[in-house]
Each structure stands twice: as C-alpha cells, then as structure tokens.
Write a protein that binds this ligand. Structure first.
Ligand SMILES: Cc1cc2nc3c(=O)[nH]c(=O)nc-3n(C[C@H](O)[C@H](O)[C@H](O)COP(=O)(O)OP(=O)(O)OC[C@H]3O[C@@H](n4cnc5c(N)ncnc54)[C@H](O)[C@@H]3O)c2cc1C
Length: 470
C-alpha cells in the first residue's frame, strides 16, 4: 500500500517537532514517523533527567558547608540511591508529560509509529506501508556510541539511555568518556557516594581547549572522582562478575560501567543510499548548515542526526530552518547563532564563541582572566573556585569567545554568548550595570582585565579600574 503526502518528518524528537511550526504554514498534509519511545531524548533520557540527578547530588553535597554555617546534623544525612533514581524518573515523567501534552494536541494525529527507511527516491517504508512525499525532514536523532565487544558485559555496562531506569546502583563504577555527559553523570554519582573512576583518552575534560582553564578544571573535578586521562579504556571480565577497567598502566575493578563515549547519528538507519543520496566514507550526506538541506534535494537533516551541534536549542533552530525551507520558493540560508556549550558539572564548565584551538597561532587577541577563589558572591555560595578566560580582539576589544570552569557558569556563558551574538566589545559590556553581590562581578573583573590589554576605548566612557587584577 502506498500513500502520498506533501511532507514527511522522520523523528518525533525535539528537532522534528520544532520543524512542524514552520512546516504547517506550508501544508497540513504531512506525516510524522517515529520509532521507539515518544517524548524526546531531551525530556526522556537527556537534558532533563540528567539535571535532576545532578540537583540531588548538589543538594547532598551542600551538607559539607552546613557545620561552618552553624547548621548541625549534616553527618546524619545519607543517600538512598533507589529513591534518588525514583525521584529522577518521577520528574522525568512530568517533563515527558509536558512534551506529550503538546504532541497529543496536534502532531499525534499525523503520527505513524515504526522505523522508517527509504526504498526509493521520495519514498519511505514504515510497517509495510509506503509513504511518498515531496519533501522530507530527517530528524532521527542519535544513539550512544558503544563498542560492539562491550555488549558481552550485558547490563553491567550502562549508557544514559538506561542509567535512569536502574532500580539501584552499585558502590563502585567507572565512567568512560568525560565530555559533558560523562562528566556531569560521573561527578553527580560520585557526590551521591558512589566511588567513580573517570577515564578519557584525551588529556582534557568537558571539551576544554584553554590549557589554564583545563588544568583548573582537572584540579577541581579530581576532588570528586579519580580522573584517568590520556589513555583509552579497555574492559575485561574480573572475578565475581565484576569488570576490570584498564587504561594505560592503570586498572581498577568496578561493579558497573557508564559508557559516555559520545553519540552517533541515526541517519544510517534510514538507508539514504536508496533515496539516491551520495554518502561520504562515514555514511553521511553533505548537509548545508545554513539551510539544513542536502544540496539538490528536498531533504533536510536536523538535530543530532546531522552530527554538527548536538544540543537542544540548536535542534530547535535547525527544525525551524528546515520547516521554513522545505517548500520555500527560494531556499534561504540562515545565520547560525553563536556556538556555546555548557557541562553542568560543579563548577560549571562552558565554552562560548571562538575556541582556543581556532585562535591559536593568531596574535590579534588578548585574554581577560579571573580566578574565582576570592570572588565575593561565590564565597557566600561556598562555590569560590574556578577560572574564567574571556578572549577579545586586541584592536578594539570585540568579544570573541570564552572558556571557563566557574560557579554559576551557565549564566556567564549565556551572557557572553549574547554579547558575541550582538558583536559587543569589552567596552560595551563594561558600560552595562553589574549588581552587587553577584557572580557576574567576577565576569566584570575578567572584562576589566581584558580591557587593560586591548584598544578601542571610547572617549570618556569608562575609567578602567582593577586593570592590574590577576
Ligand atoms: C544525557 C544527556 C544529557 C544532555 N544534556 C543536554 C543539555 O543539558 N543541554 C542541551 O542542549 N542538550 C543536551 N543533550 C542533547 C539533547 O538532548 C539532544 O541534542 C536533543 O535531544 C536532540 O534532539 P533530536 O530531535 O535530534 O533527537 P531525538 O529527540 O532523539 O529524536 C529523534 C527521534 O527519532 C526517532 N527515530 C530514530 N530513527 C528512526 C527511524 N529510522 N524512523 C523513525 N524514527 C526514528 C527516535 O526514536 C527519536 O524519537 C543531552 C543529551 C543526553 C543524552
């Protein structure tokens, strides 16, 4: 059986659902196909449950400051991991419920549940039904990378797809991969009392490229977990059903392993070759990041599936771009927003705008710096640790980028991303009001430090104070 629709969206995750707002301006004659669970990766197993787990860990960790603040009894507090996980699932259910509430109001009527794959150009097959469409938005998301040989360890090897489904967790675990996800989960589990070894083959964590910020991050995160950097992890069976984790010359025996080696696109499940699309050696088509189009087709790849900016707000933008372009008379190229990424570790790790790697070898930028050890608001919060580097153009102080491990860095990163988005200079930012006492004053110090190293100060605007600040 074959039916024809004007448009077909594959994947009812965030990117696919965001595309519908624009798509529906062109047509209501569309189908949305989804395999697996509805409710989006973000709400089900991603952004939201991970933050709930982190919050539980932070709440428990804060007991360490109670005695100094005059609050007794911290030593009597304990963690009940099964109840923590139950709480994560309960909160997760409310987030998924929110997504599904909107989904059921509209898109559900167009839903076909099952795995889609192309059988010819312009035609997919799902559950034995053929669907022909004039345009496609491909939003099948991504899945955790898992080396095939590790499947033999069965349920002792977890990913974030099943971490929150566990009824309980053992006392000793390893987290393999210390990008944002591994770092967040590894530190949270450690703060909940699980002994964690964190392993990454890179010499950095959280994607940090600025050496000084990276060193500070390694120093601070090492307080919670044993960090092994620079060697790839290997797994072996150990006695008593446990797992031996080896990396270089180091080894440890653990009860379970959380694998966070990154995520790979699900585009390979769609058989794009059958759609007549040429693929590179990684099996990926060419995708224009400004239009989301596979050039020369009415096919658009959005969200994690395109392997570019695997973040929720980017999935939203990409969905909207594709939804706009799918039936536009003229395909429109959109300016993409300032890239930034946050790991919700404690302190937060963030990268904004131009990365240190992209600046290396250039002599036209300066670095404004602020260590948070003595920052007033951070001290009140018991979070006075971290380092912020802001990169600015030497000629005029244009803000180029930043890296940080900083208390409440999530806010600093957002504010700096907005500044870069608006082409603001250090002078523009220093002309803004900063309340007292807030963590942003630490950013103000870094800006003063940067201002002392760049040109472009507008006449009579600001007298630079603290320029000697280190
Ligand atoms: C643990 C974790 C924490 C994260 N934290 C953050 C964070 O703090 N901030 C942030 O911005 N981002 C975060 N992310 C990333 C964010 O969740 C993703 O970038 C975003 O959810 C991707 O949305 P998507 O629409 O591309 O994919 P999804 O929401 O996964 O949607 C894809 C859908 O397509 C379906 N599908 C797959 N193949 C097929 C097929 N062949 N046919 C039909 N349907 C198919 C899938 O089952 C799925 O329902 C996190 C991710 C994880 C895993």
């Amino acid at each position: 059986m074959r039916r024809k629709v004007k448009a077909c969206v594959i994947g009812a995750g965030s990117a696919g659902l965001f595309s519908l707002g624009q798509l529906r301006k062109h047509t209501t004659d569309f189908a949305i196909i989804n395999s697996g669970h509805l409710g989006t990766t973000c709400a089900r197993v991603g952004c939201m449950p991970s933050k709930v787990l982190i919050q539980a860990a932070e709440d428990f960790h804060n007991r360490e400051h109670f005695a100094a603040s005059g609050i007794d009894g911290a030593g009597a507090l304990s963690v009940d991991i099964p109840r923590v996980l139950k709480h994560v699932r309960a909160m997760r259910d409310t987030f998924v419920g929110g997504v599904m509430g909107n989904f059921n109001k509209g898109p559900a009527r167009k839903l076909v549940e099952g795995p889609a794959k192309f059988i010819a150009p312009g035609v997919i097959e799902v559950n034995g039904e053929e669907i022909e469409a004039e345009g496609f938005i491909l939003a099948p998301g991504s899945r955790p990378v898992m080396p095939a040989s590790w499947a033999a360890f069965g349920e002792r090897v977890l990913t974030t797809d099943n971490l929150f489904e566990q009824e309980d967790l053992p006392g000793k675990m390893a987290v393999l991969g210390l990008g944002a996800i591994g770092l967040e989960m590894g530190q949270a589990l450690a703060r909940l009392g699980i002994e964690i070894t964190g392993v990454d083959m890179l010499e950095t964590i959280g994607g940090l490229e600025d050496e000084a910020v990276r060193d500070e991050a390694i120093k601070l995160i090492s307080k919670d977990l044993d960090l092994w950097l620079g060697d790839p992890a290997e797994l072996e069976e150990a006695p008593d059903g446990r797992i031996l984790v080896r990396a270089g010359s180091r080894e440890v025996v653990v009860d379970k392993v959380l694998v966070a080696l990154g995520r790979r696109s699900n585009l390979d499940t769609l058989d794009l070759a059958a759609a007549g699309v040429s693929l590179d050696e990684r099996g990926m088509p060419e995708i224009d990041p400004a239009t989301m189009q596979i050039p020369g087709t009415r096919m658009f790849v959005v969200g994690d599936a395109n392997g570019e900016r695997a973040l929720l707000h980017e999935a939203g933008d990409e969905g909207r771009i594709a939804g706009y372009n799918i039936f536009a008379d003229e395909i429109r190229a959109f300016r993409r927003k300032t890239p930034f990424a946050i790991a919700f570790s404690s302190p937060n790790i963030a990268r904004v705008g131009k990365t240190m790697k992209s600046l290396q070898g250039r002599d036209d930028y300066a670095v404004g710096t602020r260590n948070f050890d003595t920052q007033a608001r951070a001290r009140v919060l018991h979070e006075n640790a971290g380092l912020l580097h802001i990169y600015g153009r030497k000629s005029d102080g244009l803000i180029l980028g930043a890296e940080m491990i900083a208390p409440r860095g999530e806010h600093l990163a957002n504010e700096l991303a907005w500044a870069i988005e608006k082409n603001l200079t250090v002078w523009d930012l220093l002309a803004m009001p900063f309340y007292h006492p807030v963590v942003e004053e630490g950013m103000q110090n870094a800006l003063y430090n940067l201002a002392a190293k760049v040109g472009g100060q507008p006449d009579g605007v600001i007298e630079v104070a603290f320029s000697e600040f280190k």
